[in-house]
Design a protein around this ligand. Structure first.
Ligand code: UT7
Length: 333
């Protein structure tokens, strides 16, 4: 039987126009541009404005662009997975809504929630459908409208998050490119440090939950920071070791953009110069499932066939993981 690898054969991403700057945040909560830059590395974030707009609108822009630039007809798509923590609604899945909006009709589609690690979890999942030989074209979307669950009176979280998303096309290849190895982890005991208190089955929405502001992100920043620094670096170093990769072998690290200090610590542990690290946190903040595809899209024109690329993430759950892949094509499509 032919052995397939799953390769990313196209990438597109999209962020809304509105820019929420540190200067504007200074007028909303007790904070300063200097504090935000020093502690997080974030200068501005994109925010999706407009009544009735949700994560599917971000995902739809990304998928439309992806299909166009890869010359893929919606009819050819077999499966669409959307990683998100801010679905349009509890059900149906945002993946179903995106599929409808872009005209994907011959596919099945579903959402996947692994917080900030969702995009690489979804990539791992989509890749397995390709490797098995079952499907030929899988679209993996990572998108979030984080502004829909951010409390803009809480200075410890509102400075971090933004809205954006991206999508990749996975296709089978018999060449020596594509997803080579993955390592994922979960520790659900970490949920106490980062979660959304109400709106789920344990605590459905009520007047009380709204009054107590429990439909927003709750984060114990320092605790999450410690786990994030350790786990994201450990998993990235592990995947290097088990694939006999030295820092010289790696062309690019694509880290989840949660905090500049976490990104720098991971790069340091991997022995990588900053020039090899995709970083755009300054302009987008933490867009949760959007960070990694947003980076890949921005750096697409500099990627070359055969480049060794490591994707790494850490997020609520806790969840974390790393993907080692060999990039499958030269430059922008
Ligand atoms: O992507 C999902 C995973 N999430 C993460 O990886 C996030 C990990 N955590 C972090 O990135 C950081 O912990 C934060 C950016 C959230 C916070 O940075 P920190 O260096 O850990 O700050 P801190 O929470 O220890 O707060 C230090 C001080 C506190 O004041 P006191 O108690 O020392 O007087 C905070 O009240 O800074 C204060 N503070 C602020 N001051 C100005 C907290 N937020 C702000 C703010 N502006 N926005």
């Amino acid at each position: 039987m032919t052995q397939f690898r799953a390769a990313i054969t196209g990438i597109h991403a999209w962020a809304p126009d509105y820019l929420l700057t540190n200067k504007e945040l200074e007028t909303m909560v007790d904070t300063t541009d200097e504090w935000i830059m020093t502690r997080t590395g974030i200068k501005e974030r994109h925010i999706l404005k407009g009544e009735g707009k949700g994560t599917s609108d971000i995902g739809t822009e990304a998928v439309k662009g992806l299909l166009k630039k890869t010359g893929t007809s919606p009819d050819e798509v077999d499966l669409l997975i959307c990683a998100t923590v801010t679905p349009d609604m509890q059900f149906p899945a945002t993946a179903n809504i995106i599929s409808d909006k872009v005209g994907i009709k011959n596919a099945f589609s579903y959402d996947l929630n692994a917080a900030c690690s969702g995009f690489i979890y979804a990539l791992e999942t989509g890749a397995k459908f390709i490797q098995s030989g079952a499907y030929k074209k899988v679209v993996v979307v990572g998108a979030d409208k984080m502004s829909s669950i951010v409390d803009y009176t809480d200075r410890t979280t509102c400075i971090i998050f933004g809205d954006a998303g991206g999508a990749v096309l996975l296709e089978p290849t018999t060449e020596d490119v594509g997803i080579m190895d993955t390592k994922m982890g979960t520790d659900g005991s970490g949920r106490v440090h980062l979660h959304q208190k109400a709106g789920g089955s344990v605590k459905p929405a009520s007047h009380e939950t709204v009054d107590a502001r429990e439909h927003y992100i709750y984060q114990e920043g320092q605790a999450v920071f410690k786990f994030a620094v350790t786990n994201m670096a450990d998993v990235s170093v592990d995947i290097m070791k088990r694939n006999n990769l030295t820092s010289d072998d790696i062309a690019w690290l694509v880290p989840h953009q949660a905090n500049m200090r976490i990104i720098e610590a991971t790069a340091r542990r991997m022995g990588l110069d900053k020039e090899k690290v995709m970083i755009n946190i300054e302009r987008y903040g933490n867009t949760t499932n959007g960070t990694i595809p947003m980076c890949l899209h921005e750096w697409e024109h500099r990627l070359k066939k055969g480049d060794n690329v490591v994707l790494a993430a850490f997020g609520g759950g806790f969840t974390w993981g790393a993907v080692y892949l060999k990039w499958a094509y030269d430059g922008s499509k």
